[in-house]
Design a protein around this ligand. Structure first.
Ligand code: SF4
Length: 284
């Protein structure tokens, strides 16, 4: 009897990452242009390999100044600081902007409030490219904190604007907001956390509860993929992590005791890798 396969909703790319990968794909056949991404487009070896096959390579911020006319710099979903757009222009290259619209909203809010004299507070990881980019929209003057425990002294009369990295935990945002509100009277707060991650995790748990074996597709070094494994394991002890079809332990999956198979995928797993895995399991 064929096995029943249940694919989790929200498996794989979020809207912003899909948009960035689709944008890059538009340049696959542009042989006249030299196309570069500012940093790896996403953390997935299959995608990076595919981009490289089409001549699209990642460069570091230091390499921007070496771009010249005929080059295209593709900005990934994390977004960048306004100074980066300037540097690309000065280097004579064109910009293709795949900043996720949700991140672009944060840039706007930060820029506007900074102009109105607000001190910007970003809840997030200071070394994450998304946070570095957001900070650029207020002249790199933001206070960056994870949970508010390291907030510097703030003038009670200061105007403060709080935003969050899109992947930050709500709990941290709330802690920082409470800490800021306890010190300052004029606070503008924007919960800019994106729900894509939360939705993906909830869908994975829902499927894991119904199946005998759960397959999570994604890179072993991707933290959001490992989190999906952890969440799935809580409800389905037989959870396995594979990077792609060639990684599938077919003998194990074929076992009689596994009749219902669940499938989900991390945020950097492309549709074609998911479809490949589904096909392999279906063909058993
Ligand atoms: S903001 Fe949300 S949709 Fe946009 S790239 Fe980040 S996780 Fe994806």
């Amino acid at each position: 009897m064929a096995k029943e396969i249940i694919v989790a909703d929200n498996a794989g790319f979020c809207f912003g990452v899909k948009r960035a990968v689709d944008t890059a794909a538009r340049y696959y056949r542009e042989d006249r242009l030299k196309v570069y991404t500012l940093g790896p487009l996403i953390h997935n070896n299959d995608v990076i390999r595919k981009l490289e096959e089409h001549g699209i390579r990642a460069i570091t911020p230091e390499q921007i100044d070496d771009l010249g006319p005929g080059s295209v710099a593709l900005i990934r979903s994390h977004g960048v600081a306004p100074q980066t757009y300037e540097r690309i222009k000065e280097a004579g290259a064109d910009v293709v902007d795949a900043t996720c619209p949700y991140v672009a909203v944060i840039h706007k809010k930060v820029e506007q409030h900074y102009r109105m004299g607000y001190q910007i507070v970003i809840v997030g990881d200071r070394s994450h490219p998304e946070v570095e980019g957001i900070n650029g929209w207020c002249g790199n003057s933001a206070i960056i904190t994870r949970d508010g425990s390291d907030l510097p002294d703030l003038d009670p009369e200061a105007k403060v604007c709080v935003v969050a990295q899109t992947t930050e935990r709500l709990e941290n945002y709330e802690k920082v907001l409470a800490a800021v509100k306890s010190r300052c009277r004029h606070v503008a707060a924007f919960n800019t956390i994106c729900t894509a991650t939360k939705n993906r995790q909830e869908s994975a748990a829902e499927v894991a509860r119904q199946v005998d074996l759960m397959i999570v597709i994604g890179s072993k070094n991707s933290s959001n993929t490992r989190k999906l494994v952890e969440i799935s394991k809580a409800d389905c002890e037989n959870t396995i992590l594979v990077e792609n079809r060639s990684d599938l332990p077919m003998d194990l999956i074929a076992q009689e005791r596994f009749q219902k198979i669940g499938i989900t995928a991390g945020a950097s797993t492309p549709d074609w890798v998911i479809a490949d895995v589904i096909e392999a399991v279906r063909n058993l």
